[in-house]
Write a protein that binds this ligand. Structure first.
Ligand code: NAP
Length: 318
């Protein structure tokens, strides 16, 4: 078969012949891969920077995909944590990490939306309880995952959603996605802090940024809450703006904040898989669509570094 193959961290994968994977256990099935998304998490695994990376090369990137079994069943599946990912003509699926999709489901739509959608879906269903009529601040609402987070927060019952981001064009689109208020993160820190303070009275923060914007937001939000003893769940889901923050101890004493994360490890694989059917149903129904750009797998090398439209997600089609 052919696959996208990374030979050195920091270089794009090449489309080349690769040994077909072999089914080795009863719970496994070989599938024809139909669509695999090029998510930020795929890039971080492929450049060796993700926290689950063990440095093995060569590797086939891809953390999830839609595939078809020999019996014609359509599956969405999450790849095992090995060097053999989903950007290949064939993949071995661990049935315990897969769900069956209704026939007729668009593989590209599902491959584009499941990973970015999963972050908010699992954070709100497995990590932070959103109180009835509660409110959510999405830090990084202009990315693929953040835009979906806005719609997912609404879908899961948030009465009020605030979206924070930098890009003016994408910020302007947020009200159309159901955001009640927009916070512009661009500009001088004191002005950004004031804007964040005005959005401080929320129950849950979904944080895709971390780094400098999160340092600013924590300070602004935790000190500006009308009732600082009211519970606030700050859920770390992504780190596009930095891997680390400095957190003054006084801030943790100043407000009733719970700092937690959502991802592989903080939620079991079984817990993640259990959430997938309801998320896939919402994606298939069009409620949580992502702007997908389908690209043939043979063009993976160029697709890896190609500029895409804001919010667009590349999906590779073997
Ligand atoms: N934990 C999980 O389960 C899970 C699942 C899926 C994804 N994630 C993570 O979520 C994050 C976002 O993924 P995505 O798919 O939405 O990525 P994406 O589509 O590439 O969007 C990234 C967004 O980050 C913003 N950004 C980048 N640098 C920034 C900075 N310095 N300050 C403020 N904003 C900045 C950009 O906003 P502007 O356009 O406004 O500049 C951009 O829209 C990634 O870290 C990904 O790994 C986590």
């Amino acid at each position: 078969m052919h696959a996208a193959v990374v030979h050195a961290f920091g270089t794009p994968p090449r489309f080349e012949p690769f040994p077909a994977p072999v089914v080795a256990a009863e719970h496994e099935v070989l599938v024809e891969v139909l669509a695999a998304g090029l998510h930020p998490r795929v890039r971080s695994s492929a450049d060796g920077s993700h926290y689950t990376s063990d440095g093995t090369l060569p590797l086939v990137p891809g953390i999830d995909a839609v595939g078809r079994t020999p019996a014609g069943e359509l599956l969405y599946f999450v790849a095992p944590d090995t060097a053999i990912g989903t950007m290949a003509e064939q993949a071995v699926v661990d049935r315990r990490r897969s769900i069956t999709l209704p026939s007729g489901t668009d593989p590209v739509a599902v491959a584009a939306a499941m990973n970015p959608g999963m972050s908010a879906w699992i954070a709100l269903r497995r990590r932070a309880a959103l109180p009835a009529g509660g409110s959510v601040l999405v830090l990084g609402a202009t990315g693929s995952a953040g835009r979906l987070a806005v719609r997912i927060a609404r879908h899961l019952g948030a009465a009020r959603v605030v979206g924070a981001g930098r890009d003016p064009l994408r910020l302007a689109l947020l009200p159309g996605l159901g955001v009640d208020a927009v916070v512009d993160l661009a500009g001088p820190a004191d002005e950004v802090g004031e804007r964040l303070a005005a959005a401080a009275d929320v129950d849950v923060v979904l944080d895709y940024l971390w780094g400098a914007p999160t340092e600013l937001a924590l300070g602004a939000v935790l000190t500006a809450r009308a009732d600082r003893s009211k519970a606030l769940a700050w859920v770390e889901v992504g780190s596009v703006a930095g891997e680390d923050i400095t957190l003054p101890s006084a801030l943790l004493r100043a407000a009733n904040v719970s700092l937690l994360g959502s991802g592989q490890g903080s939620v079991t694989t079984a817990g993640i898989v259990a959430e997938l059917p309801s998320l896939a149903a919402a994606v298939a129904a069009g409620t949580l669509a992502v702007d997908a750009l389908a690209v043939p797998l043979r063009d993976v090398e160029a697709a890896w570094t190609a500029r895409t439209e804001p919010g667009q997600r590349v999906v590779l089609i073997p």
